[in-house]
Design a binder for this molecule. Sequence first.
Ligand code: FE2
Length: 271
Amino acid sequence: MPNNSAKIFFIADIVGEAGLNFLNTMLPPLIEKHSPDFIIANGENSHEGRGINREIVKNLYDLGVNVITGGNHSFDKWKIFSYMKSDPNLLRPLNYPKGNAGYGYGIYDIPGTDKKIGVLNLQGRTFMQPIDDPFSTSDWAIEKIKEETDIIFVDFHAEATAEKISMAWQLDGRVSVMVGTHTHVPTNDARIFPNGMGYVTDAGMTGPFNSVIGMKKKTSINRFLLGTPQRFHVAEKDNHLCGVIATVDLDSAKCSEIQSIIFPEFQNKTE
Ligand code: FE2
């Protein structure tokens, strides 16, 4: 790879112990294979399916993850709140109302280069809890980050595809890469927008796919059958690591290549 580009590896939502164990096994050989310069992982479901704790944060850093992003479950485990304030590499969506713990964006050195990358974490509002507007929040944050670097990666944690695609058109030409998270279902639409932004609607999930978006099937089905809340448990089987690998030109800050990965690939034919 030429020196004027950086490869960013984004790891999709890590779900529960199964997802974390699988990541611990599979990430080192994938790092060996792809040689990423910067690794970002969404960790909001890593602790029992909801939230994150300090041990997991340390585990991810030990694996080589540079920045951890979050979402609607970032605040589920209150024990992390005090730590969140002390760790600028552990992000949660920026557009939660002011006064909440933690950071919604950060600017970091890209190891091995003299460049910096801004990572911005936002959350959608369609079919999700009403928080501040992610669109105007992105305008504010991008302006702020651009005082230091044009290389910007956005994790937009949102349910609705239309909201994610609307955000993509608003961000194209101003950020390098936008990846959607939250649905746990990877979309097959890795592409580069006209003004040079790499994009994927949803990166998917790093966790057990013999499940309903990471949770045990029976309780998920009962939720629909019975129409009442059920206690969810994280599933265990058929783990896959989903992610996105994007190459960004360090001079233009544009994305030159983007691909989704699913490891191992899903089985789509019988033996
Ligand atoms: Fe989520």
